[in-house]
Design a protein around this ligand. Structure first.
Ligand code: SAH
Length: 351
């Protein structure tokens, strides 16, 4: 019986999403059945294969001042760095040698990374690794810029919407950051043919269940190829240093709901989830996740890319730890899949 799947496959209103979220919080058995169905839906499309993405953090220099983020421009305590072309080449070579076929380039909004510089990087990766997918996660840029990067060979773009409720978005960001712009970026990326990922933090400061209902409604309507959800985790040098971390249970429920809304979605069990709980990654998989993103940044810079405190970036969170990760996953019945792992939706869209 697929009670949840049936319910979540028909368009729901925000009020209906809210009622579901309230029920899940009140009834642990309901949450368990939701996660079981999410796992079954994932198995139907992807089996127990978990895609691996090599995540390189190319810069912690950021012009933005997001109130929750450890690398916000106001944080003067960060040792800032950026990777040059040579170190990016070296990261990619290491990831490729480990078998990874997706490179994710993530970073702050660093003006150094002009279109010209990014085109050079992307063209190099595209030319050297024709069988690999290139994912960018570099924040808000113009449509023209996204178009140039796409033309140079980028395949996918991750840009979490952070919060779909404008009044909540405004409590997480300074006024110069506008939800409207972020949503326009997501539309642009989609129309340019990127596989697009949105998402946010569960338990971010001031977030209510109603805000999460806005997020689920947005995901239902936008139909992204990928969704990144992790718990909010406080960073000591931000205005939200004293806020509580997001809850594990609530994060797992949101992951499971996302899987059932979009059964073919690519859904990572994030580093934040693994940082929140030692079982985080496994529980994420049990709630319908099907992607992991080991860190392939140069070791000496990893401690400088801290969006939140206590971030895990060694052992099974690291590219070098891929054998440990494979063993961990095998012990709970999952296999790493080192393929490109494109969204199953694109072949339909392009046909
Ligand atoms: N500058 C890029 C990449 C952002 S970092 C962009 O704007 O898209 C990737 C994600 O980390 C963010 O989208 C945010 O949701 C998450 N993040 C930032 N600070 C965090 C925190 N304190 N706890 C948990 N996740 C956080």
């Amino acid at each position: 019986m697929s009670l949840w799947l049936t319910q979540l496959q028909s368009p729901l209103s925000r009020a209906q999403f809210l009622a579901i979220l309230e029920r899940l919080e009140a009834d642990p058995a309901a949450a368990q059945s939701l996660r079981r169905e999410a796992r079954e839906a994932r198995d139907r499309y992807f089996g127990r294969r978990v895609y691996v993405r090599g995540l390189m953090e190319i810069s912690n220099i950021c012009r933005r001042d997001c109130l929750y983020c450890g690398i916000r421009r106001s944080n003067k305590g960060v040792k800032r760095y950026r990777l040059d072309l040579e170190s990016i080449k070296a990261c990619a070579a290491r990831a490729y040698a480990l078998g990874m076929r997706t490179f994710v380039l993530q970073g702050g909004e660093d003006a150094y990374f002009t279109d010209e510089r990014l085109v050079e990087i992307i063209s190099y990766l595209r030319g050297t690794y024709p069988t690999c997918a290139i994912t960018l996660s570099l924040g808000e840029r113009s449509r023209e810029s996204y178009a140039r990067l796409r033309q140079a060979g980028a395949d996918r773009y991750l840009l979490r919407h952070e919060s779909a409720n404008p009044s909540h978005y405004a409590r997480l960001h300074p006024p110069e950051s506008r939800l409207e712009t972020r949503l326009e970026c997501l539309q642009d990326l989609k129309s340019l043919g990127y596989q697009v990922g949105c998402g946010g933090m569960v338990g971010s400061p001031h977030q209510t269940l109603e805000d999460l209902a806005w997020d689920l409604e947005f995901i239902q309507n936008f139909r992204p190829h990928m969704v990144g959800w992790g718990p909010f985790l406080p960073h000591h040098a931000t205005p939200y240093a004293q806020e509580e971390a997001g809850s594990l249970e609530r994060t797992l429920n949101i992951l499971a709901l996302t899987r059932l809304l979009l059964p073919q979605v690519l859904l990572p069990a994030t580093t934040a989830l693994a940082t929140l709980s030692p079982q985080g990654r496994q529980l994420g998989l049990e709630a319908g996740c099907n992607v992991v993103m080991p860190n392939i940044s140069p070791l000496e810079e990893r401690a400088n890319y801290l969006l939140y405190d206590h971030k895990a970036y060694l052992n099974s969170e690291a590219g070098e730890g891929i054998a440990t990760l494979a063993k961990e996953l095998a012990s709970c019945g999952y296999q790493l899949d080192l393929g490109r792992g494109d969204s199953p939706l694109i072949s339909n869209e392009e046909a």
